[in-house]
Design a protein around this ligand. Sequence first.
Ligand code: ATP
Length: 258
Amino acid sequence: MEEIMKVKGLNKTFTLSQKQQKIEKTNEKKRIAVHDLSFTSYRGEVFGLLGPNGAGKTTTLRMLATLIKPDSGDAVLDGSSIVNAPEEVRSKIGFLTSELKLEGFFTPNYLYNFFSDLYGVEPAVRDERKKRLFDRFGITQFAEVKVKDMSTGMKQKVSLVISLVHDPEIIIFDEPTNGLDVLTAKVVTDFLLELKKEGKSIIVSTHIFSLIEKICDRVGIIIKGEMIICDTLEAVKNGKSLEDRFFEIYEETVGEAE
Ligand SMILES: Nc1ncnc2c1ncn2[C@@H]1O[C@H](COP(=O)(O)OP(=O)(O)OP(=O)(O)O)[C@@H](O)[C@H]1O
């Protein structure tokens, strides 16, 4: 098995603004979002980061995607360090979040070409890849429709396609099925499995047990910013359902911590 992502001791602490302190009814000035987080994922596998709200999943993925810098620690993605070579990392990854907002005034065709050109993809490759992806996701007939006039599901499909303009080796996907109707969610999960078949390496964050059971080879359970257990899906489940195992682990961890 070839290591594709080696995460070593990532830490991230946020300073809470007074406004945030008020909203969260806390006097805490600092919030440790991710604490000494390490894990390894392997080429061609789907790795799932599972955890409750506020566990630190999004912060971890944003660090891996080089959108925010870790306070300390590092991660090496396909040979490139997020700390020392963030631009190299960006050329190898596709990052997608269900919160991504596309500019509504533009059409899928325009946006695809814009991002593809930004990544320096050859026009002939761009057009062939665009056709394949647009056909695959039923976007072709909406290619010239403004994003603002599309359904949520179609917007999400367009975002997904745009995150893949440069045919990245690694796909980082924060909450891939959040807010999607069941049909679009299935299209997205089926596509992730197709990408895996093509040999791509994928990391997803989610709090949905069934998504992990359906698509992941390996799973890391993250609670309060810490990696509690990380192993193959079967080893983590240990003969039980993932949901039962998660709550067992959660009780052991939070019970010990409080
Ligand atoms: N920019 C920020 N400023 C202050 N605190 C933050 C910031 N971003 C995240 N946090 C805090 O860090 C912790 C981890 O948040 P994060 O969004 O990574 O969790 P998550 O596991 O992705 O949860 P969710 O599923 O709710 O998105 C939370 O307590 C959150 O409130």
